[in-house]
Ligand binder design. Structure first.
Ligand SMILES: CCCCC/C=C\C/C=C\C/C=C\C/C=C\C/C=C\CCC(=O)SCCNC(=O)CCNC(=O)[C@H](O)C(C)(C)COP(=O)(O)OP(=O)(O)OC[C@H]1O[C@@H](n2cnc3c(N)ncnc32)[C@H](O)[C@@H]1OP(=O)(O)O
Ligand code: FAD
Length: 666
């Protein structure tokens, strides 16, 4: 029987202080009691699968062993999931995503299968193509990835070099990688795991180029798993994180695939080689939009993980005295510590709330596209780009801040903060590099500004530009609503400045593209300010909306958090607000006090708030963040698992140290 340990006394006291019902918040964050129950049930089943327990911590395994262990466990996870779904409803994607962390300590080599391969078949395939591949893909009879990026190009996908040349005689496409730079590079699972992939390649028909399109390609034999003739595939080697994601490379040499393997929901190639244009060529980029929306939710979860670890640790850890002769204080009682941590909790809530409405906006666009309507696509693209960019970047900063807040122990692999940092920061680059996505949004903002000047009606997310042009700056008040308006004024002001900068360069004789480049630092600043205004506005609206349907005690805490988020960012961007809004120095002084008050109000609920994220110890994988707070015991237990502690004297002593010391004595 497993030993039951006492909960750390500080944590017991913290939980007693909590002023709201933790369970109620968990249900709210999950999207309902049923979702929480389903999640807990599934996590509980996984907890009891003996084969999923690691005898040796993964960190001590070699690169190869780690990968093999990840494949082994991912297969078990998939089987457990299949059994679960036979008896009950299909698990929600978010619940399966979360549970995955309890199994694979890092990133699953199957990650891109569910994350992008299946969604691309759904989003880019015709009904016939879906009927052919989806059942096999969903059952994992075929395993795939999304192979777009190449050694030479990740951002500029119109420049991809892999070619798919149509041969009307055989009704096949011939895939080729003409140069080293045209090799696919990065796709998760490609290294040694998958047997299929979506390959994004330049289409050629009768010598004419028709741009990039997605193709389903089988790359390995289903029986032997050997690469098929004409395929060169392998793993790209160790990275900063993503140790078990099995990222790979792929090259083609006259590799033939049938015509039906081009995903043809949008553009089509007919048997005779006739090219039929789709409604909008950018719909080929659809999977990326979906993933960018999802990354906002992932950023919320990664922030919640880091906050849970660092807040529980801060409640358990005592260090230094506030007053002489008094006991050492819990580090969570240092205001500077609260400053580092409470924003982490609020940020996770801000991203969850943002994801809720952004996902609905995404679903609406997908529904509209089904009716051949694409009016809201540019707005969704602009929103998904800047919110993916800002949420992943903020999450990276927050995770690192949480690590720093744990002092030396945060640097231990067993805290799990290094691994969380590895996959959080990867998201800043993948699925559209940070700056590049901000510039995509800026493109939309410049057009919106022009429309505003022309007096046109604007899409809701940029409607504030019209208000800004119409009215004088509002009289400042230190209320969340007026501060959000202030953020919109900052965004509008920066958008205008960036627009004017471009115009100035154009007037001075520059090409528009050069003028754009010369103004691009201002453009990304405008995009960032727009993101912050959207985040604050959406978070405030969602909180007001949910507050009416939850208990008064919970509504109060949610209100503290949203205020903290808004006031934190007011103080962080005070310089901008002073330039672009009516805020005064005195208002900032008042808000500094308000911020300190909010920290004090949140303090008694800090542990309750991270408990409400309901991240089990198996998912958290952290010596510092476990529910029972046995920080020191766990650190010691984990240290004892080091292979270097398995023998009293390591052989290197006899081989190297002893002769070295002897020589030194002579
Ligand atoms: C089980 C255990 C689990 C453990 C998991 C642990 C950790 C993981 C954590 C979270 C991850 C969760 C989910 C994620 C799932 C998978 C992700 C994993 C790995 C990442 C995979 C990848 O990275 S795939 C490759 C992604 N690549 C990119 O994103 C490339 C970026 N580049 C582009 O998108 C484009 O090239 C571009 C947009 C920068 C430029 O395109 P271009 O064609 O040149 O267009 P422009 O000339 O700039 O613009 C023209 C016009 O088009 C409009 N437009 C552009 N894109 C879109 C679009 N997508 N939709 C609509 N419209 C678009 C643009 O606005 C312009 O319009 P205007 O002319 O009107 O201005
Ligand atoms: C962990 C991880 C997993 C990944 N998984 C996959 C996968 O499964 N499938 C897949 O296809 N790809 C994958 N990728 C690749 C990823 O999508 C690309 O790395 C990403 O899109 C960035 O492209 P890049 O590497 O070419 O960077 P680059 O575009 O070369 O960026 C380098 C620098 O140039 C700047 N830059 C580039 N273009 C511009 C511009 N127009 N204006 C201003 N600055 C610019 C960028 O801001 C950046 O600072 C993965 C990457 C990582 C890190």
């Amino acid at each position: 029987m497993a030993t039951v340990h006492k909960i750390n006394e500080d944590l017991v006291k913290e939980r007693q202080k909590c002023t709201f019902n933790v369970q109620e918040l968990t249900y709210l964050l999950d999207g309902g009691e049923e979702v929480t129950k389903e999640r807990r049930e599934f996590e509980n089943i996984l907890r009891n699968v003996k084969e999923l327990q690691d005898e040796v911590p993964e960190v001590y395994l070699s690169h190869k062993e780690r990968y093999e262990n990840a494949v082994r466990k991912t297969c078990i996870l998939q089987n457990v999931r299949n059994d679960f779904e036979k008896k009950r409803e299909v698990l929600s994607p978010r619940n399966i995503f979360r549970a995955g962390y309890a199994v694979i300590k890092d990133v699953s080599p199957f990650f891109l299968h569910n994350g992008m391969f299946v969604p691309t078949i759904i989003g880019q395939g015709t009904p016939e193509q879906q009927a052919e591949w989806l059942p096999k893909a969903k059952a994992m009879a075929i395993i795939g990835t999304y192979a777009q990026t190449e050694l030479g190009h990740g951002t500029f996908i119109r420049g991809l070099e892999t070619t798919a040349t149509y041969d009307a005689k055989t009704e096949e496409f011939i895939l080729n990688s003409p140069k080293v730079t045209s090799y696919k590079w990065w796709p998760g699972g490609l290294g040694t795991t998958v047997n299929h992939c979506i390959t994004v390649a330049q289409l050629y028909i009768n010598g004419k180029k028709y741009g990039i399109h997605p193709f389903i390609v089988q790359i390995r034999d289903l029986e032997t798993h050997k690469p098929l003739p004409g395929i060169k595939v392998g793993e790209i080697g160790p990275k900063m994180g993503f140790a078990t994601a099995n990222n790979g490379f792929l090259g083609f040499q006259n590799f033939r695939i049938p015509r039906k393997n081009m995903l043809m929901k949008n553009a089509q190639v007919l048997k005779d080689g006739t090219f039929v244009k789709g409604m909008n060529e950018k719909l080929t980029y659809g999977t990326m939009v979906m993933v960018r929306v999802n990354i906002v939710s992932d950023s919320a979860f990664h922030t919640a993980m880091a906050a849970t670890i660092a807040v529980r640790y801060a409640a358990v850890r005592h260090q230094s005295q506030l007053k002489a002769k008094e006991p050492e204080v819990q580090i969570i009682d240092y205001l500077t510590q609260q400053h580092k941590l409470f924003i982490a909790i609020a940020t996770s809530h801000a991203f969850s709330n943002t994801y809720t409405w952004l996902y609905q906006a995404y679903l609406k666009v997908v529904e509209d596209l089904g009716k051949q309507k694409q009016d809201h696509l540019p707005e969704l693209h602009a929103l998904s780009c800047c919110l993916k960019a800002t949420s992943s970047r903020d999450a990276g900063v927050i995770v690192e801040q949480c690590r720093l807040a744990c002092g030396g122990h945060g640097y231990m692999a067993s805290s799990n903060l290094p691994i969380i940092y590895g996959y959080t920061t990867a998201a800043i680059t993948y699925e559209g590099e940070h700056t590049v996505l901000l510039l995509q949004t800026a493109r939309y903002l410049m057009k919106a500004w022009m429309s505003a000047l022309e007096g046109k009606v604007l899409a809701p997310s940029v409607a504030y530009l019209v208000d800004w042009l119409k009215s004088d700056k509002q009289r400042w008040q230190n209320t969340p609503e007026v501060i959000v308006k202030g953020f919109q004024h900052v965004a509008a002001g920066k958008i205008k400045d960036a627009f004017d900068a471009i115009q100035k360069h154009v007037k001075a004789g520059k090409d528009y593209e050069d003028a754009w480049n010369l103004a691009s630092v201002q453009l990304i600043k405008a995009s960032e300010a727009h993101s912050r205004a959207i985040l604050c506005d959406g978070y405030l609206r969602e909180t007001v909306r949910t507050s009416s349907s939850v208990s008064p005690s919970l509504a109060k805490v949610l209100n503290h958090l949203v205020q903290l988020y808004i006031v934190y960012w007011t103080l962080e961007t005070a310089g901008d607000l002073l330039v672009y809004s009516n805020i005064g120095k005195d208002d900032i002084a008042v808000l500094k006090e308000k911020y300190e008050e909010l920290l004090a109000l949140i303090r008694p609920n800090a542990v309750g708030l991270v408990d409400a994220f309901d991240i089990s110890d198996e998912i958290l994988q952290s010596t510092l963040g476990s529910y029972d707070g046995r920080v020191y015991e766990r650190l010691m237990e984990e240290a004892m698992k080091s292979p270097l502690n398995k023998e009293p004297v390591n052989q290197s002593f006899h081989k190297y140290l002893k002769p070295f010391i002897k020589k030194a004595k002579l």
